[in-house]
Design a protein around this ligand. Structure first.
Ligand code: ADP
Ligand code: MG
Ligand code: MG
Length: 254
């Protein structure tokens, strides 16, 4: 489903210099599997999610990234989203003046438009949003508030998962969805993620800590250091990292 081969990318820094971040990263996530990427701060985890979704300022300088048999580098960010690639952000944006419920409805209609489908009707949408919100313990009051404005870290993450439950993307990338989550919210978010597991859907869960992986058991764990995947293994690899840290992989990556 997602195939990345020897991917290299650079960014232009604020001083106008070029900096290589991904340095030959290879990774394959088949449909139906959940893969975790763990790694120290600064290893390029968020950069990988930005490059995959086509964020401005991140330039591919080598290698290949394919999703659903399409060359992602050839597609605009909207086209990638239309293919069903969804990224949940490490730092969610606030949208003052736009109620969350309106935002979610617009997002669903935008997705339907790219597929040539009709807009969702108001009653149809209310039924959908009630069911999904209930699943994540999100109240109607919260859905009426402006997108992410004044939300706690946990509430923001819950909203990202809610958006994923509404849009039902083919492939979900979660970047540090566990940061800022208390234990209850962590449980709700992981239940949401587990509900999205399906034989047709792939997921990439990017996390610095083992904590989230206690609730979302990944099929494969990858260690990322210095812009590359330096080790892959089963769920036990996450526990080993929690106990021993990343030091041994940093040496190998340098
Ligand atoms: P991680 O998510 O693993 O913590 P990031 O992908 O955020 O790592 O960053 C990888 C490295 O690239 C870091 O050293 C970061 O400072 C650097 N970096 C990322 N984006 C930029 C940018 N726009 N300008 C300069 N440096 C950047
Ligand atoms: Mg980071
Ligand atoms: Mg990051």
């Amino acid at each position: 489903m997602l195939k990345i081969n020897d991917l290299k990318c650079k960014v232009e820094t604020q001083d106008g210099e070029e900096k290589a971040i991904l340095k030959g990263l290879s990774l394959e996530v088949p449909a139906g599997e959940v893969h975790a990427i763990m790694g120290p701060n600064g290893s390029g985890k968020s950069t990988l999610s930005y490059v995959l979704t086509g964020r401005d300022g991140y330039e591919v300088t080598g290698g290949e990234m394919r999703f659903a048999d399409e060359d992602l580098a050839e597609l605009a960010p909207e086209e990638r989203a239309a293919l069903g690639l969804y990224l949940s952000f490490q730092y969610p944006v606030e949208i003052p003046g736009v109620p969350t419920i309106t935002f979610l409805k617009e997002a669903l209609n935008a997705q339907r438009a790219t597929r040539g489908e009709e807009e969702v009707t108001a009653p149809e949408f209310m039924k959908l949003i009630r069911a999904k919100a209930k699943q994540l313990n999100v109240s109607m009051d919260m859905l009426k508030r402006a997108v992410n404005v004044g939300f706690s870290g946990g509430e923001k993450k819950r909203m990202e998962i809610l958006q994923a439950l509404v849009l039902e993307p083919k492939f979900l990338i979660l970047d540090e969805t566990d940061s800022g989550l208390d234990i209850d919210a962590l449980k709700i978010v992981s239940d949401g993620v587990n509900a999205l597991r399906s034989p047709e859907r792939g997921m990439l869960v990017i996390t610095h800590y083992q904590r989230l992986l206690d609730h979302i058991t990944p099929d494969v764990v990858h260690v990322m250091a210095n812009g590359r995947i330096v080790k892959s293994g089963g769920p036990e690899l996450a526990r080993e990292l929690e106990a021993e840290g990343y030091d041994k992989y940093l040496g190998e990556a340098a």
